[in-house]
Design a protein around this ligand. Structure first.
Ligand SMILES: Cc1cc2nc3c(=O)[nH]c(=O)nc-3n(C[C@H](O)[C@H](O)[C@H](O)COP(=O)(O)OP(=O)(O)OC[C@H]3O[C@@H](n4cnc5c(N)ncnc54)[C@H](O)[C@@H]3O)c2cc1C
Length: 487
């Protein structure tokens, strides 16, 4: 044994199973304690919102219960990381701190500072790759450069995985007999609640925790579960056509290796393998955007395509407010924004529609939308959120070409044909006849409901967007076969 006592510092990996840092700590230490630090500065920064705060706090509560049931405890610290961790290590006599990497630039900087402080206090640090299957530098072009386009990245990723799959790690088993007793850990703070930090919790926000995450994965892969219909139903917001695991993956209540291994195993024996393969591709999109953030950190706050910095965005605050509130007059956009505002989650097809609407129809800077999502999504993740916004606004890597502008009416008719989702989220439109559900303004004087007129006319807005994008982005005609992610 290298160490007599070690700390596993949890951050975006709030789980016991399939946790790389935990497995490493358990195999090289006689005793292990799991710790999480609550950072009031981050909570006050305005960059996190109630749904994600509630998800993380719920997951912490579940983890503490689980560890107590195993005869230990979760140490919940509070304060500046570079102070609390060295202090805690000194208090319990820990010689090492193990943790999993996070690619966000601010997290990388914070981790450097914490490692420096720990080393100064005589504590060894060990960091691991855990939140993605392959690290940013592990899936590269023949020339050794990072990919900028998804499809070749995905192929290389799959080749790598086929050659040497990264399977779930046995961290739970490794921990048996290693957990530090509560008396040795001493008292640490209670499980925090969102209200303590000025957030309002809601029973409508997604539940989060390790046991819940595994139940969700099991249900998705159960016989007749969503995985076997995924390719066909994932674009229909009225159905439960996707896994909803994003919140769990964000808080790390389930390991990505567990999800990937489960999907490949299911695809091998399923008659619907092609449906499951589509889901695996979505997990690879997640890896792709994590890689982009690590390799091109300028995407935080700036477009991937530098020329897009010259785009002349509208600063129409009133239009932005209407988008935020779900009062644009386009039912599919408004229903989507209500789903976000009320439940802390939004269906992927709808994220694409509302992001296109904001950046093309309203010509509002993608960063405004990215920030709004950041504050309202329980799965808010810099890499995926940024990737999604830059894709939709055509400013990103492998993005939608700028001239392919979603028509919100056609999207609505195609993906919510009966208006079932619209009626669910916008009860004021429940009685609108099917013919008008996507375009209620066509009811004219027959429209006896309180619902706003369209904030812009799509055809006019489309021309305005093309006129703004064309001189900056340069391409005039759509190239044949240009990437068409789900239009
Ligand atoms: C504008 C915009 C913003 C987005 N912001 C976020 C965000 O902050 N956090 C986030 O996790 N996802 C984000 N996404 C991606 C996607 O919308 C969500 O991951 C998905 O809707 C989550 O639902 P699910 O878990 O049911 O997904 P499923 O369809 O079941 O997919 C499984 C997993 O694959 C990953 N995934 C799925 N679609 C994508 C995608 N397009 N890009 C990257 N990864 C994907 C997610 O981890 C997801 O949980 C965004 C997409 C757009 C267009």
């Amino acid at each position: 044994m290298e160490y007599s006592r070690s700390i596993v510092w949890l951050r975006r990996d709030l789980r016991i199973a399939d946790n790389v840092a935990l497995a490493a700590a358990a195999s090289s230490s006689r005793e292990v304690v799991l710790a999480f630090n609550v950072d009031p500065e981050l909570l006050a920064s305005g960059r996190v919102g109630a749904p994600i705060v509630q998800a993380f706090f719920d997951a912490l509560g579940a983890l503490r219960d689980d560890l107590r049931a195993r005869g230990s405890d979760l140490a919940i610290l509070q304060g500046a990381f570079a102070r609390t961790l060295p202090e805690f290590a000194a208090r319990i006599g820990a010689q090492a701190v193990f943790f999993n990497d996070d690619y966000e630039p601010s997290a990388l900087a914070r981790d450097e500072a914490v490692c420096t402080a720990l080393r100064a206090a005589g504590v060894t640090t060990h960091r691991f790759l855990d939140h993605v299957v392959f690290g940013a530098d592990e899936v590269r072009t023949e020339a050794g450069a990072p990919y900028r386009v998804f499809t070749p990245y995905m192929r290389r990723w799959r080749d790598r995985y086929a050659l040497a799959p990264r399977l779930p790690v046995a961290s739970e088993r490794a921990l048996v007999g290693k957990l530090l007793a509560p008396a040795e850990i001493g008292a640490t703070r209670d499980v925090p609640v969102p209200e303590e930090f000025g957030f309002t919790s809601s029973p409508l926000y997604p539940a989060c925790g390790e046991a819940i995450a595994h139940e969700m994965l099991d249900a998705f892969f159960a016989r007749g579960g969503g995985a076997e219909r995924y390719r066909d139903e994932r674009d229909l917001p009225a159905t439960e056509g996707t896994s909803r695991l994003s919140v769990q993956l964000r808080a790390g209540t389930i390991g990505i290796r567990t999800c990937v291994a489960r999907a490949f195993a299911a695809a091998r024996v399923s008659r619907h393998a092609e449906q499951i393969e589509t889901w695996i591709n979505e997990l690879i999109w997640r890896e792709f955007y994590q890689m982009i953030l690590k390799e091109f950190p300028h995407v935080e706050g700036a477009p991937f395509v530098r020329a897009a910095e010259r785009l002349a965005w509208s600063d129409d605050r009133a239009a932005f407010e209407r988008w935020c509130e779900g009062a644009t007059g386009y039912p599919i956009v408004d229903a989507a924004m209500r789903q976000l505002n009320e439940t802390g989650w939004m269906h992927n097809r709808l994220r694409m529609i509302v992001a296109s609407f904001l950046t093309k129809d309203l010509l509002i800077d993608w960063r405004w939308g990215e920030r709004y999502f950041e504050e309202h999504l329980a799965d808010a993740d810099l890499a995926q959120n940024n990737g999604g916004w830059q894709w939709a606004s055509s400013t990103g890597t492998d993005a939608a070409p700028y001239f392919r502008i979603f028509n919100p009416i056609l999207q609505s008719k195609k993906f919510d044909p009966t208006g079932a989702f619209i009626r669910r989220m916008l009860p004021e439109l429940a009685g609108v006849p099917d013919r008008y559900i996507h375009t209620p303004w066509e009811l004219g004087p027959l429209m006896q409901i309180e619902y706003p007129a369209p904030v812009v006319q799509h055809d006019v807005a489309r021309k305005r967007a093309l006129a703004a994008y064309e001189p900056v982005m340069g391409k005039k005609a759509p190239p044949a076969g240009a990437a068409r992610r789900g239009s």
